[in-house]
Design a protein around this ligand. Structure first.
Ligand SMILES: C[S@@+](CC[C@H](N)C(=O)[O-])C[C@H]1O[C@@H](n2cnc3c(N)ncnc32)[C@H](O)[C@@H]1O
Length: 282
């Protein structure tokens, strides 16, 4: 596959993708509140055709497949082969014969024009080298009057689940150059940028709703540390600290910081997301 996003293609077919596959069930448990919040606004109904952008290992695609039922259909698109392989396995396991997983770059993929009632995505639209071109391309797949509903991250400061361990790590290292570079986790965290991109794609009735969810990062502090050490900014910061006593000391500080967030139901911290909805005009 030729991708318009070669570095993302490499990352999600390499380390990133394999890491997500290895911990797919755990990530889906942690991110379940995001899926619930997204589905509360998207509300797919029986018979719909739904497209899931950057579907990864297929959790939200298969949720949509249940909602649309046998009269409907669901397509997940992703550029990560290992993640798509797991998505297909999961679909077979749950008998979701109304789901199809497509290997492609959503920025340039030749979607059938006007074929989709609803586009959804949980954190799969922040990695485009040209977000305007990507949204125009995705928008064309939606039928006139159809909708698009995405979950993206609010800025770092709204995400306690990152700032609490991050502050502990920053006592041991500095923010490496490039951590905030786009495309990436925070590429759709500025409402002005989101509005401009969606408007340029000819989408209307754009709403950007701030939503706070509580993520259970693990049942124990050790599980939560393991999750954070393997995810996004936490991993990038940790990799700047040499393995051995220095890294052990940094991880001990992260553990201490998370102790305050241990509850009987697990280690729980707040996360800020945007729920973006829009309609295709015409
Ligand atoms: C943060 S993961 C989210 C995965 C999934 N939506 C979930 O919530 O579990 C981002 C996903 O977007 C995919 N992705 C990144 N750039 C893409 C592109 N240009 N086209 C299609 N998928 C892309 C990655 O391969 C990855 O699966």
């Amino acid at each position: 596959m030729i991708s318009a996003n070669p570095s993302q293609f490499e990352a999600w077919n390499g380390d990133n993708g394999h890491r997500w596959v290895a911990s797919a069930d755990q990530r889906d448990r942690v991110l379940a509140p995001v899926a619930e919040a997204l589905f509360a606004v998207t509300a797919p109904t029986p018979g719909m055709c739904v497209l899931d952008i950057g579907c990864g290992c297929g959790a939200t695609t298969l949720m949509a497949a249940l909602e649309v039922g046998k009269a409907g259909s669901v397509f997940g698109i992703d550029l990560s082969q290992p993640m798509l392989d797991l998505a297909r396995q999961r679909a077979t396991t749950v008998g979701a014969s109304n789901s199809t997983f497509v290997s492609g770059d959503a920025q340039t993929h030749g979607f059938k024009a006007g074929s989709v009632d609803l586009v959804i995505s949980r954190f799969g639209t922040m990695f485009f080298s040209d977000p305007d071109a990507a949204l125009i391309n995705i928008g064309k797949a939606i039928r006139p009057g159809g909708r698009l509903c995405l979950a993206t991250w609010q800025p770092l400061t709204a995400n306690e689940w990152l700032t609490v361990p991050g502050a502990a790590l920053l006592r041991h290292t500095d923010v490496p150059a490039g951590i905030s570079n786009e495309p990436g986790m925070f590429a759709q965290s500025d409402p002005d940028v989101i509005t401009a991109t969606f408007s340029a794609a000819g989408l209307v009735n754009i709403t950007i709703e701030a939503n706070k969810v509580t993520l259970t990062l693990g049942q124990t502090v050790d599980e939560a540390v393991e999750y954070l050490a393997d995810s996004g900014p936490g991993r990038i910061l940790l990799e700047t600290i040499p393995e051995g006593p220095a890294r052990d000391a940094a991880l001990a500080d992260v553990r201490d910081a998370l102790e305050d967030h241990q509850y009987p139901s697990g280690v729980r911290l707040d996360a800020g997301i945007w729920l973006i909805t829009a309609t295709r005009n015409d």
